[in-house]
Design a protein around this ligand. Structure first.
Ligand code: PLP
Length: 392
């Protein structure tokens, strides 16, 4: 056998990227597949952001930048957190990284040593457990089902904490469920984490994709004590339809931000320089940014309510209404088929690509992304209904 490392042998490749890649291959081969597996907005990046990046290229912003990011972007991000979220933030606490995914990995590497335990509420984003393992730490998933709105309860958190627990990962709005923690829920979880001296990694990448008047609450906004223990991860991909740009952010207490910058300096250097100059336009031209975001949110919201209603019409499917992100996470356990098999057959027999819940640590569910056109959504959900009718 090839002498691969334990890291290489133990890593599970991203199942969401794999299902999406399979669907895209089928579509490229001429198959009429409805793709509900993608974790990216189907909209294009707003024009003013693209124009700013093009100008940056023309102006020769093609060289290395400072490791933690170009100063005006770090300033703009610090201002956003200070003014919009009332989280006092200095530019020195801001790191711009090559993607929210890499931001998460850096946050974990900066806080966890070998053997440390990391509590990951399930359903979780697929990459958290693998990143924790790559840091030599131990993922501890704690499952919350649709019975608690897919939300971790303070009691379940308390029960999972051991003397080795180092970090709690929170992700609100959530991928894959779209669940959004209320202020009271966030306060209760943060109180438990602080009592046990844990770090919090708050993945807020879907912070602006909210519906039904839901508000985003960062644990760092709750108290000075919480701020001292919280690393906020976010990025440009989901809010500004910039998945391919690979730009993430981190807001951390000063000593952690310094450590993260040093890690990044050895692992990748700065995020792409002209991409950062493009992203800056999201802040320097706020009216255009707001208009683009509002247009995207209106579409997402319509699709969310449509999909939720249609899913619940299907006998055997039970689906909660989400308040954030662009996913629904229906319960398919009544069909008595393993969710992975359900999704494989759904793709093979009905030409609908969705991701099995067990990829997110939640067997018995499937994840449907509504970041796709209304036509595909309508066609796909009617195929799903037919498929389910054939099962029962
Ligand atoms: N965090 C969550 C919860 C996500 O769903 C994603 C993308 O799917 C990311 C982080 C990473 O986003 P990116 O690396 O594209 O910025």
């Amino acid at each position: 056998p090839a002498p691969l490392s334990t890291w290489a042998r133990n890593i599970a490749p991203s199942p969401t990227l794999a299902v999406d890649a399979k669907a895209k291959t089928l579509i490229a081969a001429g198959e009429d597949v409805c793709g509900f597996a993608a974790g990216e907005p189907d909209f294009d990046t707003p024009e003013h952001i693209k124009e700013a990046a093009i100008k940056a290229l023309r102006d020769g912003k093609t060289k290395y930048a400072p490791t933690p990011g170009i100063p005006p972007l770090r300033d703009a991000i610090a201002r956003k957190y200070s003014e919009f979220y009332k989280i006092p933030t200095q530019a020195s606490q801001v790191i711009v990284s090559p993607g929210g995914k890499f931001s998460c990995y850096l946050a974990i590497l900066a806080t966890c040593s070998a053997g440390d335990e990391v509590i990951i509420p399930a359903p979780y984003w697929v990459s958290y457990p693998e990143m924790v393992k790559l840091a030599g730490a131990v993922p501890v998933p704690v499952l919350a089902t649709d019975e608690t709105g897919f939300k971790l309860t303070p009691a379940a958190l308390e029960a999972a904490i051991t003397p080795r627990t180092r970090l709690l990962i929170l992700n609100s709005p959530s991928n894959p469920t779209g669940a959004v923690y209320t202020r009271a829920e966030m306060e209760a979880l943060t109180a438990v984490a602080l009592r046990h001296n844990l770090y919090l990694m708050s993945d807020e990448i879907y912070e602006h994709l909210l519906y039904d008047g839901a508000a985003h609450v960062s644990p760092a906004s709750l108290s000075a004590a919480a701020r001292e223990r919280t690393i906020i991860v976010s990025g440009f991909a989901k809010t500004f339809a910039m998945t391919g740009w690979r730009l993430g952010t981190i807001i951390a207490p000063a000593p952690i931000a310094k450590a993260i910058s040093e890690l990044q300096s050895q692992m990748t250097s700065n995020a792409t320089t002209f991409a950062q100059w493009g992203a800056l336009a999201a802040y320097t031209e706020p009216e255009k940014t707001q208009a683009a975001l509002a247009a995207m949110l209106e579409k997402f919201d319509q699709r969310r309510t449509f999909l939720h209603a249609e899913l619940n019409k299907i006998p055997g499917i039970k689906c909660l209404l989400s308040q954030g992100a662009f996913y629904l996470f229906p319960n398919i356990s009544s069909f008595g088929i393993e969710d992975r098999i359900f999704c494989e057959r759904l793709l093979d027999e009905a030409k609908v690509a969705a991701v099995h819940g067990s990829a997110f640590g939640a067997p018995g569910f499937i994840r449907i992304s509504y970041a796709t056109s209304e036509e595909i959504l309508a066609k796909g959900v009617s195929r799903l209904a037919q498929f389910c009718a054939g099962l029962s």
